[in-house]
Design a protein around this ligand. Sequence first.
Ligand code: ADP
Length: 705
Amino acid sequence: MKSKLIAPPLFLCLFSLIISIAFYCFQLNSWNLEQPSSTRFFQQSFKASISQYEYLPALLASDDNVQNSLINQNKHQDSDQDNLNRQLQFVANRSGASAVYLMNRTGKVLAASNFDQNGSFLHQNYSFRPYFKNAIEKKIRQFYYAIGATTGIPGFFISEPVLNIEGNVIGVIVVKLDLREWEESWRDAGQNILVASQNNVIILSGKEQWRYKSVGPLSEQLQFSMLKQQQFGKTRISSLFQKTYELARYLNLSLSFWIIDDEAYLVNSFPITDTRWNLYYLEKNSRFTQNAFIFFVIFLGALSLGYLYYRERQSKLLSRKQAADDELRHSRELETIIDKIQIGVVSINQQGNILFLNDAARGLLQLDTLTEKHPPVPIQSVLDMRMIAPFESYLLQSSDVMVPFHETTVLSQNQQSTPVMFAISQANIENDTRLLVTLINIEKRQKAEQAVIKLNESLEEQVEHRTQALRDAQAVMVQQSKAAALGQMAATVVHELSQPLSAMNSSITAAQLKVNKDDWTGAVRSISRLAPLSEKMNNVIKLLKYFSYEDGEDIQRQDLALLIKQSINLYQDKLKEKKVNINLENLQSLVTVKINPLKLDLVLTNIIQNAIDAMQQCEQPVITIAMVSLYNKAIITIEDQGDGINSRVMGQLFDPYFTTKDIGKGLGLGLSICYEIIQEYHGSIVAENRPQGARFTITLPLDID
Ligand code: ADP
């Protein structure tokens, strides 16, 4: 990852560096190519400037005045001397030579063009100069370069032996040329050009400080000889450069590197024809390296920009390609989904012709052979569209078409019809309006529905049948219940009536005995006991009246506390038998209600009986009966200490015939009668469980008129 980030910039730098090096070499090469033509021009000009003086010494050597001056040098004649000086001065001036002078065989200057100047050569002796020595030896046209021994001005010397008639050398005539003009022209042009002599000593240079330095090896002997000739004055020649490298070794260029004063120069050299001198071109290497560096920066910048642009483009192309790929994948996925979905999808054009079908639709419509070449198949020919009336109008509609699901049949090619559910929706695909018909095969569903209908029918029959059986059973049970109730009631009646009846019998027997004994007082006492007994019997009969559905009893204002107490009294025997204690709370206050006391008694005794039944397992069963009046209502609560009401049966307590007791012990009518009675007096009865036992709360409207 890291290398991926570093590699491209590194490569760009490297590439730019290589190109910049190539550019650098190209510069060297083009600079190198410039020199041959410059050299040619220089050589021609240089040669031309020398050659115009080349024959001047020879001409002067044959001059009579020169000859005479040498021949007659001992016969000193000032006027002749002066004439020759002036003649030489004239020649020098007209030819442009720096100096023209004549030496005798000893090397002494007899006449000189600069006779009238400071540092004149006149009377000087230049016998040590090679050009003199050579000329004395009859060598004609001797060229020599040296610093003027007298003037210190460097110059180019052309010497010619002066021969007498016999052909003997009698003197030497010399023309000195000042070549410093060249240096000036190089300086003006800002060129680093120099000329070195055959001894590798720089004799001409645009830079003065480089002059008389060596550009090649200099032997000690040569050094000595040059000092002797004072060719370059009286100082030793030192090397121009600190170091030198031959570039030809690295590049195919005949260039050298010179390090001069810690500055690198590129050097190209050419021999100057007809001389043994060399012409050197120098150029600061920094010029090329600077250019190469600027080139490197610009090239790298351009390359980087190009690279960034390329990267950007690539990433754009990549993301575009990725998006296109994603889209293609999605559309393929979608196609597969549409093909594999168990719902038939058919696309039709606005003329109603099928354009596309998925696999499910193909199977459903049995249009496996539908291809593009196939003649258009109108949807109506395979799908019964009569359900949508008129279907054609949908096809022509330009607005959104949405047809909710309809049920119809598909006609396959073998005329087999399959029930389907279909819907039509509109889809705009590439500016073309298509209608999508969605088909669901509902054959199985229809079959299942029919099966369900059949099942329902048979179930209903069964339910009817069972209900009837239940009703019959219920009727039997009601009959049985009634019989049982009647039996129990009869037992109660027998129990309730037999006790006062036997008491009455004993009282009557006792009264008879007293009458027989004429004990009338005792007889009256016995008879007086009959009244409450008959009262009690009357009460029992009154209760029985409820079951005989005889209404019309007096609904009078009743003292509720009193009624409760009476009911308990009536039940006292049973309570005693079951050892149940009755705890009465707040029964002193006067609370009046309008109610049939017999019915209230029935309610209370039913609830008390249930409480006794619930407390069968209790060691000390207690029933607490309390009464309060609140907001125009009298509230009676009856609490026991039994196991409480089973929460599962709480909702059915007041239903008739609902009982949890064993057969024969309960009829399930008690609470339902209680409910009915309390309802009758616009009150309410509620059952609930306490932490220990059950509580029944009866609410009755107060009679406060
Ligand atoms: P029965 O007493 O003949 O069963 P009821 O209508 O009087 O009929 O009572 C219906 C049922 O209510 C009883 O079978 C019993 O399960 C329940 N029940 C009534 N009172 C109590 C009570 N105090 N504690 C627990 N359960 C009771």
